[in-house]
Design a protein around this ligand. Structure first.
Ligand code: IPE
Ligand code: IPE
Ligand code: MG
Length: 264
């Protein structure tokens, strides 16, 4: 019954479909971002507004993820990084953490074939070793099975923290210095980049944060140095293709200077 009610709300998203085609036509397909990052926020508020348990919000949020992954593969955006569970989210009640982990395993198991069919490489990022064993196992299967796919890299931030990512990189570099493989003078931005979870990938061009908060919440602290932000009050479970396309269109109006002057 509750699932049915939630389903009725989800179906509202398809009503704006004709707009999406119009928006796609107005996009400059030669100037799409190569990497989009999303803080998938607002699931709990979405559920609260409907007097549903928070887990229903997380489940509805998975539908949004499915849709946005699909759009990214259609538009050939090379990298999508989504924030699914932060190093700080363990502070939540145990039943919510359990529901999130269960949902993660369910998503990976249920979607893997479809993701592979769309050419998606699943790349979980974060301190994965602290996740429950069954979640870790499901993620490793997904990583392995999708490793040669090249349409879209889907980085999923799980037990991800921007600060722990930097700590992990610094430790890995310190080990190499101690072993005499490199010297302290060899440490530069490229070396730090190469030791982040996102090694080898371009920095995000566009960061989307739904649900109305104006903060990073420990997401991609290093990589977002020159990223364009797009914030919206729309809650993540209500976020669909149209919102994503609006963000892309807005991004294409921005003038990126990277500290230089216009057109430099
Ligand atoms: C984002 O939604 C999902 C996770 C952080 C796991 P929230 O659960 O943070 O939803 P709000 O912010 O409470 O609405
Ligand atoms: C950020 O959202 C983490 C994820 C979306 C996974 P939070 O809901 O945890 O962020 P805060 O606590 O509002 O900053
Ligand atoms: Mg939140």
């Amino acid at each position: 019954m509750l699932g049915k009610i939630a389903g009725m709300w989800w179906s509202r998203k398809t009503a704006d479909q004709p707009d999406a085609d119009k928006l796609i036509k107005s996009l400059d397909h030669g100037r799409l971002p190569k990497h989009v990052a999303i803080i998938m926020d607002g699931n709990g508020r979405w559920a609260g507004k409907r007097r549903l348990p928070r887990a229903f919000g997380h489940r509805a949020g998975v539908e949004s993820l499915r849709e946005i992954v699909k759009v990214c593969t259609e538009l050939k955006i090379g990298v999508l990084t989504v924030y699914a569970f932060s190093t700080e989210n363990w502070k939540r009640p145990q039943d919510e953490v359990d529901a999130l982990m269960k949902l993660l395993v369910e998503y990976v198991n249920k979607e893997l074939d479809e993701l592979c069919a769309k050419g998606v490489r699943v790349n979980p990022v974060g301190r994965l070793e602290d996740l429950p064993a069954n979640a870790l196992a499901a993620l490793e299967v997904a990583r392995e099975k999708s490793r040669d796919n090249s349409c879209l890299v889907l980085n999923i931030g799980l037990n991800y923290g921007g600060r722990t990512e930097i700590v992990d990189a610094v430790q890995a570099i310190a080990v190499k210095v101690k072993a005499g493989e490199i010297s302290a003078e060899d440490i530069n931005e490229k070396l730090i980049n190469d030791n982040l979870y996102t090694a080898g990938l371009p920095d995000p061009d566009l960061l989307i944060r739904p649900a109305g908060d104006f903060r990073l919440s420990n997401f991609l602290l290093w990589q977002l140095a020159y990223t364009e932000f797009w914030l919206t009050p729309v809650l993540w479970p209500d976020f669909g293709r149209v919102h994503f396309l609006q963000a892309l269109l807005d991004f294409q109006q921005r003038e990126r200077r990277f500290g230089g002057l216009k057109d430099s």
